[in-house]
Write a protein that binds this ligand. Structure first.
Ligand SMILES: [Zn+2]
Ligand SMILES: [Zn+2]
Ligand SMILES: [Zn+2]
Length: 486
């Protein structure tokens, strides 16, 4: 019986091979498929209304290139509209033009500005020069100079007086502000702050951050021997020139022609037993950096041992990355506190019995995880600059040690906002980090989220779990004279 059923089913399947699905289901119709949709019974008005504009899949058909299909009602099919819909909608520019347009994105703006200037030129000219000069007198020198250079007519009306004011030494911050306004229009140049001029970039787009950056200049500056290149200390023996902050921000803000990607600044290196790693990103026009430094930390260090581990012996500054206010806060005390939590190595029962006639199980089997106290576990934020620190004791693999593969390491992570790249002497964040700006209130500028939160949410998708408190809760400012830092 079962064999009979299966043979019948096989025979029936063989008969249907090569037929359309409608024919298989026994609903064979002579009408072509495209005409089936339009076939509507004449006596059924209700069916006509419901099926209007619905294809065989049960979907409404909407035209892509026009808004002909509206809720008002069905419009007659417009063949001209269909032909226009098939037309080429992109530009017929060459690949070079398209690439240039994508890179610059200023072409359209410039074209529109050009058309507007012709249209409004007469309106500008119709106002007398005295009124334009009164308007310029209400502006600062940088804005007045920008107004003067925006067109020939305006230069005649406003005169070159604001430009002359900018050349006075007292107005240098205004001059830098005025030059920064031209930044987007000069992709092949970079603003040099000691000269207050735009220099041509030596290697546009191929600039590399070298350790010896003095011998690999971004541009050729005539003041190279008589001025100090603006820079910031990253760690011991490593600095970041200000030109690379500018390049990374220009790349993100303007176009790839204007700079280099922030990711190309990331580095990893070893120095005096410390392993350092930097990572950069641009957020809302500011360059953010994360510097992670780690060193294997032996347990039970003496006070001198801790100092040798943390400080270099030339200037007595920490090996890892710190802001200018590291002596004031509790940073170094917290590092030493974290070092005290490194668990001691296991002591065998035999070794314990040699020392004293008693054994302790916890000494023979100590936990491998370092438990930090409530003091050194939270992340800390410097109250005077946008720097945040996290001190951890982690278990890290040491590939060079075959006997003891996993060791404890002190890991100090610093997140920092390096500013907007507008000026090394006026950018509030950059000056605060260097300790040149005293009135920066870090906690009022932090906003909705700390630098660490912004950075980690973008890089790894998760923000650090530790709460954040002030690095200097008592606001004690004793500087180098204080005794706590060493
Ligand atoms: Zn220069
Ligand atoms: Zn602690
Ligand atoms: Zn600071």
């Amino acid at each position: 019986m079962a064999a009979d059923t299966s043979s019948r089913s096989w025979l029936s399947r063989l008969r249907h091979i090569g037929k359309r699905p409608e024919e298989r289901r026994g609903r064979v119709q002579d009408t072509p498929r495209r005409l089936q949709r339009r076939h509507v019974p004449e006596n059924s008005q209700e069916v006509v209304d419901r099926q209007a504009g619905i294809n065989e899949l049960g979907e409404y058909e909407h035209s892509i290139f026009s808004d002909a299909t509206t809720l008002v009602g069905e419009r007659p099919r417009d063949h001209t509209e269909m032909l226009h819909g098939l037309a080429h909608h992109d530009s017929f520019d060459s690949i070079v033009d398209v690439a240039r347009g994508q890179a610059g994105e200023h072409d359209d703006v410039q074209r529109v500005a050009h058309q507007r200037s012709e249209k409004h030129e007469r309106m500008i000219a119709s106002l007398p020069s005295s009124i334009w000069q009164i308007i310029a007198s209400y502006l600062d020198y940088a804005s007045a100079a920008s107004l003067a250079i925006s067109s020939k007519t305006l230069l005649e009306k406003v005169t070159s007086e604001p430009l002359q004011h900018l050349h006075q030494p007292l107005n240098r911050p205004q001059l830098i502000r005025f030059l920064n306004l031209l930044d987007a229009d000069l992709p092949w140049h970079l603003l040099c702050f000691p000269c207050a001029k735009y220099h041509f970039r030596n290697n546009p787009g191929r600039e590399k951050l070298h350790t010896d950056f003095v011998n690999h200049p971004v541009f050729t500056c005539p003041k190279v021997y008589s001025s100090t290149l603006p820079r910031i200390r990253l760690t011991h023996n490593r600095e970041l020139p200000y030109a690379f902050i500018q390049l990374a921000i220009r790349y993100t803000l303007h176009s790839p022609l204007h700079g280099i990607p922030p990711e190309t600044l990331c580095r990893r290196w070893t120095d005096s037993g410390w392993q350092h790693q930097t990572r950069y990103m641009v957020h809302e026009g500011h360059l953010l950096v994360r510097i992670r430094s780690q060193i294997f930390a032996p347990p039970n260090l003496t006070e001198t041992g801790e100092r040798h581990l943390l400080y270099e012996r030339q200037n007595y500054t920490p090996f890892f990355s710190v802001c200018a206010h590291w002596r004031d806060g509790e940073l170094m005390r917290l590092c030493k506190c974290a070092l005290s939590h490194v668990p001691p190595p296991p002591q065998s029962y035999l070794r314990q019995l040699r020392a004293a006639p008693s054994v302790n199980r916890s000494l023979a089997h100590p936990g491998m995880l370092a438990r930090q106290c409530d003091d050194c576990r939270p992340a800390r934020r410097c109250p005077e600059c946008p720097s945040e620190y996290l001190i951890e004791v982690n278990l890290v693999e040491d590939r060079n040690d075959a006997r003891m593969r996993f060791k404890h390491a002190l890991v100090v992570t610093r997140w920092c906002d390096l500013g907007d790249g507008k000026s090394p002497s006026a950018s509030p964040e950059f000056c605060a980090i260097k300790g040149e700006k005293a009135d920066y209130d870090s906690f009022s500028n932090v906003g909705r989220r700390a630098v660490a939160g912004v950075f980690e949410s973008k890089m790894s998708g998760a923000i650090p779990g530790q709460r954040m408190i002030s690095l200097n809760p008592k606001n004690v400012k004793s500087g180098e004279q204080g005794h706590g830092w060493y």
